[in-house]
Design a protein around this ligand. Structure first.
Ligand code: NAP
Ligand code: ZN
Ligand code: ZN
Length: 347
C-alpha cells in the first residue's frame, strides 16, 4: 500500500475537503497512473450529496481520469511506464457473466466495480475515484488516449463522451435522422457533437437562452427553448430520436409528443426523483422510452479512437481542486461551459 492525497466528502452535507488514504501497490496485471486531470460529472455531485442513496462515506468521486503510467505489473503488456492512460467509470467486473462476455461490463450481472463508491475487492473497503493524485487499475480497464488531443479536454470523454456516444451508436443514428438533445451540460454538449459528426440533423433543447450561440458552434442546427410552449409545439411528431441528459425532474411528455411514430426517447440523465409519464404519450405512435448506462470498455476505446481520428474533445473550464465546491454550485445553476476539469497539479 502507498499513501495518496485526494479530496473527499465525509458526509452528504459536508463539502469536499482534503483527504489522505492508501492505494494498493500494483499487482501483476495492474497499472499505476499519476492523475493529471479529472473531469467533474454531475454524477459526482449526485453521489457525494447522497441524492441517489447508497453512498459510502468518505467518498472520493471522479471517473473522468487521464494521466501518465508510472508503474506496471510484470504481466502487463498493453502499457509501459511513461505512456498516457485513462480510466472511466469502471475499474473491474466479473468478466464471466453474459453481459461481460458481450463487452457490456457496465451491465455486469455480478455488479461492475465502479471507479468510486463500489466495494473494492483488493482493500476490502470502497473504491476511491479520480479527485486524487494516483490510481491503480487492472490493465483490462485502462484505456489508451491520443497524445495529439488536448489532455485536459480529453478527460470528460471517459464519461460524458461514452455515455452519449453509446446510445447514438446503439440506435444507429446517422444521416436522415432528426435528433434532439435535451440539456446543454457536460453530456449534452458531447451528444450534440457526436450526433452532428454521425450526420444527423441536430436540435438542442435548452432552458438557458444564453447557450443558443454556443449550441450552434458545437454542432446544433437548431436550438429550441424548452420553456416556450409555442416553439415546442411547432416540432410535434418530427423527431426520430431524443437523447435526454437532464439531471433533475422535468416534463417527459413534452418531449415524447415531439417523437414521430416509432421514435425513441433515451434517458441518460439520472434524476434522483421519479419522472411521470402519460401512457398516451407512448401508446400514440408506438413510441419508446429507454435508458442507457455509460458504455463497455471496448466501446469506450472505440469512442476514444473515433475522437482522436476526428479531432473531437470536450469544451472545458479548468479549475483547481480547491474550487470544486464552487464548481458544484455552478453546476446546479446550469452554469457549466461545458465541463469542469480539475488540474490535479493543484492538489
Ligand atoms: P450537467 O453538466 O449539470 O448538465 C445537465 C444540464 O441539464 C444542464 O446544463 C441544463 O441544461 C439541464 N438542466 C439541469 N436542470 C434542469 C432542470 N431542472 N430542468 C431542465 N433542464 C435542466 O450534468 P451532466 O454531467 O451532463 O449529467 C447529466 C445527468 O446525466 C446527471 O443526472 C448525471 O448523473 C447523469 N449521467 C448519467 C450517465 C449514464 O450512464 N446514464 C452517465 C453520466 C451522467 P440547459 O441549461 O441547456 O437547460
Ligand atoms: Zn459521469
Ligand atoms: Zn459480469
Amino acid at each position: 500500500m502507498h499513501p495518496t492525497k485526494g479530496y473527499a466528502a465525509k458526509s452528504k452535507t459536508s463539502p469536499l475537503a482534503p483527504f489522505s488514504f492508501e492505494r494498493r501497490d500494483p499487482g501483476p496485471t495492474d497499472i499505476q497512473i499519476d492523475i493529471l486531470f479529472c473531469g467533474v460529472c454531475h454524477s459526482d455531485l449526485h453521489t457525494v450529496r447522497g441524492e441517489w442513496g447508497g453512498t459510502i462515506f468518505p467518498c472520493v468521486p471522479g471517473h473522468e481520469i487521464v494521466g501518465r503510467v508510472v508503474k506496471v505489473g510484470q504481466e502487463v503488456k498493453k502499457f509501459r511506464e511513461g505512456d498516457l492512460a485513462a480510466v472511466g467509470c469502471m475499474v473491474d467486473s466479473c468478466r464471466a457473466c453474459a453481459n461481460c462476455r458481450e463487452n457490456l461490463e457496465q451491465f455486469c450481472d455480478n455488479g461492475p466495480v465502479f471507479t468510486y463508491n463500489s466495494k473494492d475487492k483488493h482493500t476490502g473497503g470502497n473504491t476511491y475515484g479520480g479527485y486524487s493524485q494516483s490510481i491503480v487499475v487492472d490493465q483490462d480497464f485502462v484505456l489508451r488516449i491520443s497524445d495529439k488531443l488536448d489532455l485536459a479536454a480529453t478527460a470528460p470523454l471517459l464519461c460524458a463522451g461514452i455515455t452519449t456516444y453509446s446510445p447514438l451508436r446503439h440506435w444507429k443514428i446517422g444521416k436522415g435522422h432528426k435528433v434532439g438533445v435535451v440539456g446543454l451540460g457536460g453530456l449534452g454538449h458531447m451528444g450534440v457533437k457526436f450526433a452532428n459528426a454521425f450526420g444527423a440533423q441536430v436540435a438542442l433543447f435548452t432552458t438557458s437562452p444564453n447557450k443558443t450561440a454556443d449550441a450552434k458552434k458545437l454542432g446544433a442546427h437548431e436550438v429550441i427553448l424548452s420553456k416556450n410552449e409555442e416553439e415546442m409545439e411547432k416540432h410535434e411528431k418530427s423527431f426520430d430520436f431524443i437523447l435526454d441528459t437532464v439531471s433533475a425532474p422535468h416534463d417527459l411528455d413534452a418531449y415524447l409528443s415531439l417523437l414521430k411514430r416509432d421514435g425513441t426517447l433515451v434517458l441518460v440523465g439520472a434524476s434522483p426523483d421519479p419522472l411521470a409519464v402519460d401512457a398516451f404519450s407512448l401508446i400514440h405512435r408506438r413510441r419508446s422510452l429507454a435508458g442507457s448506462l455509460i458504455g463497455g470498455i471496448a466501446e469506450t476505446q472505440e469512442m476514444l479512437d473515433y475522437c482522436a481520428e476526428h479531432g473531437i474533445v470536450c469544451d472545458i473550464e479548468k479549475i483547481s481542486i480547491d474550487q470544486i465546491n464552487e464548481a458544484y454550485e455552478r453546476m446546479l445553476k446550469s452554469d457549466v461551459k461545458y465541463r469542469f476539469v480539475i488540474d490535479m497539479a493543484s492538489l
